[in-house]
Design a binder for this molecule. Structure first.
Ligand code: PMP
Length: 465
């Protein structure tokens, strides 16, 4: 009942009609998913897959209250935001109520990319500066401006010339990054990484562009599920503001309670950490395109004072806002923050238990339902186990579990499941992962040690952002 054609015909038509830059998950044997419910996705044969990666389906795939809110509103009115509508102002009220002061003004858009692009415009209008400080390996969206500040993408472009208004700061990754905790015992790692940002501020100021903004995910996802060390954002914000710039937190992946203890991941760094601009998307619509920028009255006023109207045909339409309001309601009704914290703590503990048994696991990190398992060939050299990670993804898929990998070396298994993920789901994933890692260890044991890590060259895994 859910298919119009056979899977092979779907593949043929897609090959013929769709741009090949649009990549599929599991390229050598792609999945055809025809329906989904909560944390499960079903293929055309009715086989269920446990979804460990879909942070967009935040409150669960096809959550009934969200579906009902969307269809009800779609049957009554959908139009642009130049007309008054209660859904829009109620949504703005709900979101700003969840933000610390003085983040009190909303702009509604349709995607994370639109949100970040608008955030850059706001920052430039407010500071009258041009330059942007971004993190290495960052991804902030697919628009031209955002590719320029996304090393994750621009490093793949042959002969790409980094724009002179872009400054790339190191990822505050204390495991594999520029400064490693193991090499700086007892040091304030946050301040150390922030010092690089301070130097870039100086460079931007000296170059004449001035610092318009620092933009980063509050926890870097594409960079490999990185949790910044304590004090990082506090010190970065101090340096950026001293240079006359504003601070943007991209919460497109990690917002809406995924971290469990707070609604927004920047709050993990302390109650005193307040960005000037926050961007959000993905989970906000549970799969329906709705996103937003939240900022201060001062920044919004600077943007108004440019005299240029901001109009976005679909941004904040009554259906989008009905969906976002329903998502927020479900998060509250089902106490999903508490749930993310409980299940997330359990997940982390069980991953660390696995780390004790498998030397391939170099690091386990995360918070709430945002977890990374970094695979390494050797715990001392930390050489990334890229091929092994791809093999794990492929084997997990055979066992009906959808995982993905990320990070510059694609060796970090990432878990960011729908928030309804259960402890039983955790047990399933850990049990299967345990088995797959044991298989890998057995294969390695049979090989010459110096060649062992090059043998599992399956590369049909998922790279998801
Ligand atoms: N920011 C981050 C951190 C993202 O991960 C993404 C998408 N993966 C975006 C922005 C862009 O969002 P969208 O694809 O909705 O435009």
């Amino acid at each position: 009942p859910f298919e119009h054609m056979s899977k092979s015909d779907t593949i043929l038509l897609r090959k013929r009609l769709v741009g090949e830059s649009c990549k599929l998950f599991f390229r050598s044997d792609p999945l055809k998913i025809v329906r989904a419910e909560a944390q499960y996705m079903y293929d055309e044969q009715g086989r269920a897959y446990l979804d460990c990666i879909n942070n967009v389906a935040h409150v669960g795939h096809c959550q009934p209250d969200v579906v009902a809110a969307a269809s009800r509103q779609l049957a009554v009115l959908n139009t642009n935001n130049r007309f008054l509508h209660d859904n829009l102002v109620l949504c703005a009220q709900r979101i700003t109520d969840l933000m610390p002061e003085p983040l009190s003004v909303c702009f509604f858009v349709n995607s994370g990319s639109e949100a970040n692009d608008l955030a850059l415009r706001l920052a430039r209008a407010h500071t009258k500066h041009q330059d942007v400080i971004t993190l290495d390996h960052a991804y902030h969206g697919h628009l031209s401006t955002l590719i320029e500040i996304s090393p994750y993408k621009f490093r793949q472009i042959p002969n790409h010339k980094q724009a002179d208004w872009v400054h790339v700061a190191p990822v505050p990754d204390v495991y594999r990054g520029k400064y490693r905790e193991s090499e700086h015992p007892g040091e304030d790692m946050g301040a150390l990484y922030a010092e690089d940002v301070r130097r870039l501020c100086e460079k931007a100021t000296a170059g004449g562009g001035g610092v318009a903004c620092y933009i980063a995910e509050s926890l870097q996802s594409c960079g490999g599920q990185v949790v910044p060390p304590p004090n990082y954002l506090r010190e970065v914000f101090r340096h950026v503001r001293a240079a006359g710039g504003v601070c943007i937190c991209d919460e497109v992946q990690v917002g809406f309670g995924r971290v469990g203890s707070h609604w927004w991941a920047f709050q993990l760094q302390g109650e005193d950490i307040v960005p000037d601009i926050v961007t959000m998307g993905k989970p906000m619509g549970n799969g329906y395109p709705v996103a937003a920028v939240v900022t201060t009255r001062a920044v919004a006023d600077s943007f108004r004072d440019t005299g240029v109207e901001y109009f976005n045909t679909y941004g904040g339409n009554p259906v989008s806002c009905a969906v976002a309001n329903a998502v927020l309601q479900v998060i509250e009704d089902q106490k999903l923050l508490q749930h993310a914290q409980d299940v997330g703590d359990y997940l982390l503990a069980r991953c660390r238990e696995l780390q004790g048994r498998h030397s391939l696991i170099g690091d386990v990190r995360g918070v709430g339902l945002f977890v990374g398992i970094e695979l390494v060939v050797d715990r001392t050299t930390r050489e990334p186990a890229t091929a092994e990670a791809q093999h794990v993804l492929s084997r997990m898929k055979d066992e009906s579990i959808l995982l993905s990998s990320d990070g510059p070396d694609r060796n970090v298994l990432k878990l960011k499941p729908p928030m309804v993920f259960s402890k039983q789901n955790v047990d399933t994933v850990i049990e299967v992962l345990d088995q797959v890692l044991a298989e890998l260890a057995d294969e390695h044991a049979d090989l010459e040690p110096e060649h062992a890590h090059q043998t599992n060259g399956k590369t049909n895994g998922i790279l998801a952002h």
